[in-house]
Design a protein around this ligand. Structure first.
Ligand SMILES: Cc1cc2c(cc1C)N(C[C@H](O)[C@H](O)[C@H](O)COP(=O)(O)O)c1[nH]c(=O)[nH]c(=O)c1N2
Length: 211
């Protein structure tokens, strides 16, 4: 096996990549080059997965009908979420933009195949949710790969997953992990939008307890 080391310069760049990764809700409508998208999607093949089960299943949502169904799903779930807040929080929530579905050129629905035989159940017998966590690890790599190309990703979870699963006509054993908007971001920042808009702040330091 080839020994590989990374330079200080690479480490600094990687740190910057992580700092500049944002959840993007504001996209330019310019198309994304298919070769660049394919290169970024390769991140899924590099991701860790429980038992090497590779349980991610990706649907590219292109038809007007499927996109409209997803958008309406979001709008309903978002209105329901807004109704769960009151006072200043409700006013603040109402002002947030929580998906870029109307502008993003690429839409992906990512699922976990809960019934896959791949991996022969290794690591998931007592904790089957590990398959879903595996999909999340892959999405994180994909997110960074996109950012390295200057592209942005927005995770949309304000959705009724069963309704989306039905609308996209996917197998019953597939569980929705997230709906993703992808494209060229309108802005870049080292600060999450929810922090900039005063919804929540990041903790100053990570507290690790010992036992
Ligand atoms: C599992 C999961 C699900 C969602 C999110 C993230 C993750 C990890 N986020 C994005 C989230 O708000 C964002 O990551 C944090 O606010 C931190 O900002 P940065 O990602 O650092 O820019 C998100 N954002 C949004 O506007 N609508 C959404 O439905 C969701 N859903």
């Amino acid at each position: 096996m080839r020994e590989h080391t990374f330079s200080d310069d690479f480490r600094a760049q990687f740190d910057l990549l992580m700092r500049l990764r944002r959840d993007v809700r504001r996209f330019r409508t310019d198309p994304v080059d298919e070769a660049v998208l394919a290169r970024c999607l390769d991140a899924f093949r590099l991701a860790p997965s429980v038992g090497l089960s590779e349980p991610w299943r990706i649907i590219r949502v292109t038809s007007a009908q499927a996109r409209t169904a997803a958008l309406e799903n979001f709008q309903t779930a978002n209105a329901d979420a807004l109704a769960g807040y009151s006072g200043d929080r409700a006013r603040q929530y109402g002002r947030l933009k929580l998906s870029g579905m109307q502008d993003a050129p690429v839409h992906l629905a990512v699922f976990c195949d809960d019934a896959t035989d791949q991996g022969h159940g290794l690591g998931a017998a007592t904790m089957p949710e590990m398959r879903r966590y595996s999909v999340v690890t892959a999405i994180t790599l994909f997110w960074l790969a996109l950012r390295a190309e200057g592209l942005g990703l927005g995770w949309v979870s304000i959705l009724d997953p069963d309704r989306l699963t039905r609308d996209l006509d996917v197998p019953a054993n597939w569980r929705l992990i997230g709906y993703f908007c992808l494209g060229w971001p309108d802005e870049t920042s080292e600060t999450p939008e929810l922090e900039r808009l005063g919804w929540e702040t990041r903790r100053p330091a990570m507290a690790i307890e010992t036992r």
